[in-house]
Design a protein around this ligand. Structure first.
Ligand code: NDP
Length: 397
């Protein structure tokens, strides 16, 4: 039992806060902090719990974070702000002796490039301080890594092929919207593709490789190979992997909008001068696009995210698939947020629960697949995201 401090109250943060509040026996004090305090107050009011307090903080500023952490003295900080703030929050955790959890790896603002090296560099510092940092505890990264660890623990002697498949078959009834922070999302999906094969990283043009894949409860959907951050840690932590890829479904309408946005320069991340003022086009675009946190009301359909794995058990080849399907309407009914926020927020709460109950606690900086997958996956099912396994089926890829 103890106090947690959550930073960020956007789409994902809304779900995390709702879910934390459902477990007062573990999270007996919750502090919601963000750049805009009024949003924290609104969320605290919507949840209606009397053990939530709110605070204002600019998480780009280490000194503000240190002041807040020293005033609140939380055991754990749950970072569901943006990837830009990961390092400042980790720095403040080290100064104040606070444990850390996030859902996305660090990315510098001025470069659309994400990798774990920046956060892995904190390994010794967290170890020496006796603090735990849990990295990438959303759905993907997050559950997908835990599933891989679960498959390695229970079903395989060696994992050889890993394909993570992410389908959103929902309809938000908007011409164009992103399902999480538009700036982060557009930076991610417009990058070159990349996958791992036989010890090397292979680059592709954006969306160059695609094929229809069949998702349980959804059917076939065109799926595009993109680079996703969990591939980096999974091939390191499971060195028997020969090939690891990540696939995501996109509709034609979404891809057309994305192409136009790029062609007209609205995806640019470098500052330009406009009427004597510096603006960053993608940040301006974010301001006019629908807020992903507000998409829930008219969202229908479901997400279906899974891992497809091939490898060896007792000398024989076997295949395994594991999926979670989440209905946008159900997510909205419970938390007022859509399914993508829900599938990210629930695992973040489960990771926090694992830490607070001592099941995921070791000094240092770890990706989720480095902890025991069993109690986390049990908590996931019990907290709104049940999952399903398939054995020795055609994996299509
Ligand atoms: P939103 O943009 O909806 O919310 C971000 C929140 O962080 C807002 O409350 C925002 O405040 C706050 N924030 C931003 N900058 C600062 C700052 N400098 N100081 C304090 N607070 C700040 O994003 P999402 O909820 O969609 O995404 C949150 C995180 O989840 C992102 O890192 C994203 O990459 C990650 N994610 C992970 C997924 C996974 O499966 N692992 C999937 C989806 C998202 P304000 O409102 O004032 O701007």
């Amino acid at each position: 039992m103890g106090k947690v401090l959550q930073i960020g109250v956007g789409g994902v943060g809304t779900v995390v806060a709702f879910k934390l509040a459902q477990h007062p026996e573990i999270f007996n004090e919750i502090v919601l902090a963000s750049r805009t305090k009024s949003k924290c107050d609104k969320l605290a009011k919507a949840i209606g719990s009397n053990h939530i307090r709110t605070a204002q903080v600019d998480a780009d500023d280490v000194n503000q974070l240190i002041e807040l952490f020293n005033a609140e003295k939380p055991i754990l900080v749950i970072n569901v702000a943006l990837p830009y703030q990961d390092l400042t929050i980790m720095d403040a955790c080290l100064v104040c002796g606070v444990n850390y959890l996030d859902t996305a790896n660090y990315e510098p603002k001025e470069e659309a490039h994400f990798e774990y090296s920046w956060q892995w560099a904190y390994q010794n510092l967290f170890k020496e301080a006796g603090l735990t940092a849990i990295l990438g505890c959303g759905f993907d990264p997050g559950v997908t890594g835990v599933w891989t660890a679960y498959a390695a623990k229970h079903y395989f002697d060696e994992i050889h092929y890993l394909d993570i498949v992410d389908c959103n078959a929902g309809d938000h009834h908007q011409a164009f919207a992103t399902n999480f922070n538009p700036e982060i999302n557009i930076r991610e999906v417009t990058q070159k593709g990349k996958y791992y094969e036989n010890g090397k990283w292979i680059m592709t043009e954006p969306h160059e490789i695609h094929q229809p894949l069949t998702y349980p409860g959804v059917g076939p959907k065109e799926s595009y190979l993109i680079y996703h951050e969990e591939l980096e840690s999974l091939v390191k932590n499971f060195p028997t992997i020969k090939r690891a890829r990540f696939w995501m479904t996109f509709g034609q309408e979404y891809l057309t909008h994305l192409r136009v946005i790029q062609n007209i320069g609205m995806a640019r991340i470098d500052p330009i001068m406009y009427h004597g003022m510096e603006i960053v086009p993608i940040q301006f675009l974010k301001a006019v696009l629908p807020d992903p946190g507000e998409l829930g009301e008219n969202y229908s359909g479901q997400t279906s995210i899974g891992c497809r794995i091939r490898g060896i058990k007792d000398g024989k080849e076997r295949s395994y698939a594991v999926y979670q399907n989440c209905h946008h309407e159900e997510a909205f009914r419970e938390t007022g947020a859509q399914g993508v926020s829900y599938t990210t927020g629930v695992p973040a709460m489960c990771g926090a629960m694992m830490f607070m109950t001592g099941k995921w606690k070791k000094a240092g900086v770890y990706n989720v697949e480095e902890f025991d997958p069993d109690p986390f996956l049990k908590a996931l099912s019990e907290n709104g995201l049940p999952w399903k396994e398939f054995f020795d089926i055609d994996l299509e890829i």
